[in-house]
Ligand binder design. Structure first.
Ligand code: F6R
Length: 615
């Protein structure tokens, strides 16, 4: 979603801004722009245009916008089409202020009408331009930019992270946030801001996440934070410990392929240090004193809330927690959960899963649950993210930065984290014998090596991809935990190849979806060994009988499946609940190679954003 970068310091701002926007490209965007203020009140330069950063570089055409303070923005359209005019930064009526913004100002139409009645005219369809005019008008009244921003924010509703520069004060940036990320970077000679730490780590690792309702004034080497009423405040300060190389492609053609191949290592990290000397499962993050353990012991209901791929990972909790810990679990899309009236009590555990920890739907669901006195456990990949801060406790997936828009290693590590949680709950509540918990966890230690074996089949999967790339529609089906991989396999394929794909419970095919099967139509079936394997084979026979071409994902040694399926990809045998961690890998590779054959923009597919900070 929109990327924000800001710099004030000793160096020319433009290079810092354009390089910073490049590191944020992975978030997904459809236009880009920069604004720089020159010293001595000489001018505010704004250059912006629709399309990728390469278009912005072409529009800049080697110009060196003068000034050492500036803002950069990549926009993911919410109000108005992705056009040059709608790109950020937006200026106010005086032309002195430039504003960039991530999020949605919900009452912008009312504010626009009010400002228009006062003679303001607008050049874009955006909510941001309206707020730029509002801040500009208030700046005339208050005489101070930070006061004007605070006054404006008392009048707006919605979620936002915003930053403003002012020609009349060319060494300051004013920034603010409500329910959207804004991270400040501190250095002795400069101050920076960005919508996520990836934009800052080339400059500093000492960062401060602004909290909701806070306003910051950044000057070279100095940051002042207040609340919305101007009282002194402090954000959440922390040190970033991952390095820049973790966010580079390391010789792979795409971040997505690199991240698919990083999964064995990422899963090994998630599994690291999960037992004590007696072989008992320990989840250090959940220790936090006896209260957390005691709360978990008395949980009588679990809700899992998440969005997209994280929701598919969350589905595993229903199978694992119900099977191992014997607690009822409901898994729900976060944007639905928050708008109904779920029954939540202090004995309800809400597990909110989000790779980024910044997905607004998931954060809102977690906050709603916490307000109803339920216990909230976040599973996130980003230390210090908003979700992590809003939750009672956090289980980090430790997958390392995930840059490709299509989530891969976050997914497998989330499933591993949920399996660990399920076993931990089983141990706490004595639903399993200690040696059973220990054995299950010990079996999981083999997963990185087994994933590596699956990855070695990439050439064969790439060959299959060439056969599937011409399909207009691909169906995926599975049962039990195979279902969540059918859903995830279909999501991966549609988001990066733009081929229409849907996942179904295999048993549901005959209740409607089978009508879509055409002669030669491709179907992917999750048919690993387990109590539903034979049922899935019957479903394969049903679609084969109607002309489908079937690719089955099956367990090593299951040669019988070749009588039913046209193509088979094998994965090693594991405990039934652990199959998703292996079976998703060939489907990630299949989608990746189909997208490459079709010449798609794999890492930044159209219309999608890495971090979805709007509703
Ligand atoms: C799909 C994908 C999205 C995200 C979803 C939630 O590949 O990446 O569906 O899973 O937007 O994002 P997080 O996990 O950051 O909350």
């Amino acid at each position: 979603m929109c990327g924000i970068i800001g710099y004030t310091g000793p160096d020319p701002a433009l290079d810092v801004l354009v390089d910073g926007l490049a590191t944020l490209e992975y978030r997904g965007y459809d236009s880009a722009g920069v604004a720089v203020v020159a010293p001595g009140g000489n001018g505010l330069s704004v250059v912006k245009c629709a399309g990728k950063l390469s278009n912005l570089r072409a529009a800049l055409d080697g110009q060196a916008l003068p000034g050492t303070t500036g803002l950069g923005h990549t926009r993911w359209a919410t109000h108005g089409h992705p056009t040059d005019n709608n790109a950020h930064p937006h200026v106010d009526a005086s032309g002195d202020l430039a504003v960039i913004h991530n999020g949605i100002f919900e009452n912008y139409a009312d504010l626009k009408a009010e400002l228009a009645a006062d003679g303001h005219t607008f050049t874009s369809d955006t909510d941001t331009e309206v707020v730029a005019h509002l801040i500009g008008a208030l700046r005339e009244q208050t005489g101070d930019l930070a006061d004007a921003v605070r006054a404006a924010l008392h009048r707006v509703t919605g979620a936002f992270a915003l930053a403003v520069i002012d020609r009349r004060d060319p060494t300051a940036i004013v920034a603010a946030r409500r329910a959207a990320p804004m991270i400040l970077g501190r250095r002795d000679d400069a101050s920076l801001l960005a919508s996520d730490v990836a934009g800052l780590i080339a400059h500093t690792r000492d960062v401060e996440a602004l909290l909701d309702g806070q306003v910051a004034v950044l000057e070279p080497g100095r940051v002042t934070v207040t609340d919305l009423d101007g009282n002194p405040a402090e954000g959440h300060r922390y040190h970033v410990d991952w390095d820049v190389s973790a966010a580079e492609k390391a010789g792979y053609d795409h971040f997505m392929l690199k991240e698919i191949h990083e999964q064995p290592r990422a899963v090994a990290e998630t599994l690291l240090r999960r037992t004590d000397a007696d072989g008992r499962i320990v989840v250090d993050e959940l220790r936090g004193g006896p209260a957390v353990e005691d709360d978990l012991r008395h949980v009588d209901k679990v809700y899992v809330v998440a969005s997209g791929t994280s929701y598919h990972a969350g589905m595993v909790a229903k199978y694992a927690i119900e099977h191992w810990a014997r607690i009822p679990v409901e898994v729900e899309i976060a944007s639905e959960f928050r708008y109904r009236d779920p029954l939540l009590t202090p004995h309800t555990l809400v597990v909110a899963i989000s790779q980024s920890g910044e997905t607004s739907d998931t954060i809102a669901a977690a906050v709603h649950a916490r307000d109803q006195r339920a216990k909230v456990l976040a599973i996130s990949n980003v230390v210090g993210s908003t979700l992590a801060r809003e939750a009672d406790a956090v289980l980090y997936t430790r997958a390392g930065p995930e840059i490709a828009v299509a989530s891969t290693k976050a997914f497998t590590t989330q499933i591993v984290a949920l399996d660990i949680l399920a076993l931990y709950l089983a141990q706490l509540r004595r639903a399993l014998f200690p040696d059973e918990c220990r054995d299950h966890l010990a079996r999981m230690d083999a997963l990185p090596m087994l994933m590596q074996q699956v990855l070695e089949q990439e050439p064969a999967i790439a060959a299959l991809a060439r056969q599937f790339a011409g399909a207009g529609y691909v169906m995926f089906f599975g049962r039990h935990v195979g279902l969540l991989i059918a859903l995830e396999g279909a999501l991966k394929l549609k988001e990066i190849s733009y081929i229409h794909a849907e996942g179904f419970p295999a048993g549901e095919m005959k209740h409607g979806p089978i009508a879509l099967i055409e002669d030669g139509g491709p179907v992917v079936a999750l048919a690993t060994r387990g109590h539903v394997r034979d049922k899935v084979v019957s479903n394969i026979q049903q679609v084969k009988g109607r002309g489908a071409v079937v690719l089955a994902v099956a367990t090593d040694g299951d040669t019988e499946i070749k009588q039913h399926a046209d193509h088979v990809v094998y994965v090693p045998e594991v405990h039934e609940l652990l199959y998703p961690i292996l079976t998703v890998v060939p489907l990630q590779l299949l989608s990746y190679h189909i997208a490459v054959v079709l010449g798609r923009d794999v890492d930044q597919p159209r219309n999608l954003a890495k971090t979805v900070t709007v509703e």
